[in-house]
Design a protein around this ligand. Structure first.
Ligand code: GLN
Length: 488
């Protein structure tokens, strides 16, 4: 059984976090700035520039890729091919972390893996500035993320000793970093890309990744030591013991949770897919229009009247919706953390698995808010953007209950020498989730919007109920031998 090793967090007061957390926070914030900045431009770049004209001659590898995809899916228009590529890219960036985790656990260590990943991604972003290198650049980004993403997340957990109650909170703080980057990037890289040319958006994404590397490299001394199997083996020839039955039980429990998570991410990722269509075509984005009856009479004889009219008639660009969730994560995290702290004091803070179950239920319930709007749309009208905002707010709270808590749980349960690999497995649920999201998206035009949203509710609530149904066996598997050390 593991004894309680010393951790960097042990040296700081119990209500504070070690400085290493802020190093990881800034690194991941800039990496996500880079990732989401590029992702926000990707569809527009492919459909409005790159694949128009004669991409066979201007984009290296295009002809072979098109041939390959068309042999599976039949003839593809520019839009369909771009959507397929978008799906493949966003899916594969979450598949490679599994292998990046194994490589780090076995040979490279988490630190080197993060550096290799960051360098590959920076090169990939800069390569995107040259249109002929588009496909090799995407491959580098996919590979780089595989090295980077699981290992940076693992390092957050490595700062804390087993049983340290700050670990969950630390992941929530780290998650804010992710979402500060995700909120800023559409505004900076997105705007540069749209206004001055796509290459400048990708340039900004590359610079963001370099900044992340600078923060990471300069904060090395604040990070925990790597967990590497090879080190254990060389320290003591027969140190790589087979896993104990309790470890297998915990891994089994993580597999079950990750499988249920596929449903969570499949439903959640609709934000970038069908909800992006919904916000574009079916919502009224003149978000101040409802103020007209109150404000117009007040300003009618005022010199500001034209400005007021412009404000009331202003229509929010549909793409801005993609920043809602990330900005809300940043705003809601302190509230959710304060709530958990309050619950902790009263002894009623839910366990990690229960939190994840609540997260799924909230995600499912959020879509109920869209049902009245779906009725209005079916009758030929437009839904309000406010209902979508409320839906996003609820699902964001759901995400806060599931995603950072799940990351934390992986680092609590995984045997130290396979923690990065299991973190990679966590991200595989996002790979399948993204695929499942696309699959469900293909029903968008075949079903009524009302039934579609109800289907999302049923799926996410089903996953949540399954987590609650499995709560006892999961806790038994997870807690075995660790009752006092692991808060699950
Ligand atoms: N939005 C989070 C991130 O970018 C979670 C992504 C995921 O696991 N699907 O890290």
């Amino acid at each position: 059984m593991d004894e309680k090793p010393k951790a960097l967090a042990d040296g700081v007061p119990p209500n504070k976090h070690p400085f290493g957390l802020y190093v990881l926070f800034s690194t991941e914030m800039w990496e996500r700035f880079s990732y989401y900045g590029m992702r926000g431009l990707l569809m527009y770049y492919m459909t409005k520039q790159l694949f128009l004209g004669t991409p066979e001659t201007t984009v290296f590898g295009y002809a072979s890729l098109k041939w390959l995809l068309e042999s599976f899916f039949g003839e593809l228009s520019v839009q369909a091919l771009s959507s397929q590529l978008y799906g493949l890219y966003t899916g594969f960036v979450y598949l490679t972390p599994f292998f990046g985790g194994i490589i780090a656990d076995r040979w490279l260590g988490q630190r080197k893996a993060v550096i290799v990943g960051g360098v590959l991604m920076a090169i990939g972003e800069f390569m995107l500035m040259n249109q002929s290198l588009f496909l090799p650049a995407l491959c580098l980004l996919i590979l780089g993320n595989g090295f980077f993403k699981p290992n940076i997340s693992t390092q957050v957990g490595n700062l804390y000793a087993p049983g340290d109650h700050r670990r969950d909170r630390a992941f929530s703080v780290f998650y804010v970093g992710i979402n500060v980057g995700a909120t800023l990037s559409p505004l900076i890289a997105g705007t540069l890309g749209e206004k001055y040319g796509f290459q400048w958006g990708f340039f900004a994404a590359g610079v963001g990744m370099l900044l992340g590397l600078v923060f990471y490299l300069s904060g090395q001394k604040h990070l925990a030591a790597d967990n590497v199997m090879k080190q254990a083996a060389s320290a003591e020839p027969k140190a790589v013991e087979p896993l104990a039955p309790e470890d297998w039980k915990k891994i089994g429990a993580l597999v079950v949770l990750c499988t249920l998570n596929i449903v969570f991410w499949g439903v959640y990722e609709q934000q970038g897919n069908t909800l992006a269509l919904w916000v574009d075509a079916n919502t009224n984005r003149r978000i101040f229009e409802w103020l007209t009856p109150t404000l117009a009479p007040m300003y009618i004889n005022h010199s500001w009247y034209p400005q007021m009219q412009a404000l009331l008639a202003w229509e929010m660009p549909a793409t801005w919706y993609q920043s809602f969730n990330a900005a809300m994560i940043v705003g809601f995290t302190p509230i959710v953390l304060a709530f958990w702290k309050w619950q902790e004091k009263r002894g009623s803070e839910p366990s990690s698995v229960a939190k994840m179950g609540i997260g799924c239920l909230l995600l499912g319930l959020s879509f109920l808010v869209l049902l009245p709007g779906a009725k209005v749309v079916a009758a030929g009208g437009k839904a309000t953007l406010w209902s979508l905002t409320l839906c996003t707010a609820i699902l964001t709270v759901g995400e806060l209950y599931l995603s950072p808590v799940g990351l934390s749980l992986v680092t609590k349960l995984a045997p130290p020498r396979m923690v990065s690999m299991l973190m990679g497995m966590w991200f595989i649920s996002s790979f399948f989730g993204n695929y499942f999201c696309g699959f469900m998206g293909s029903f968008w035009e075949k079903m009524s919007h009302e039934s579609f949203f109800l289907m999302l509710t049923a799926l996410a609530c089903g996953a949540g109920l399954a987590m609650f149904a499995l709560l006892k066996p999961l806790k038994r598997a997870i807690g075995h031998g660790h009752e006092e050390a692991v808060d699950v």
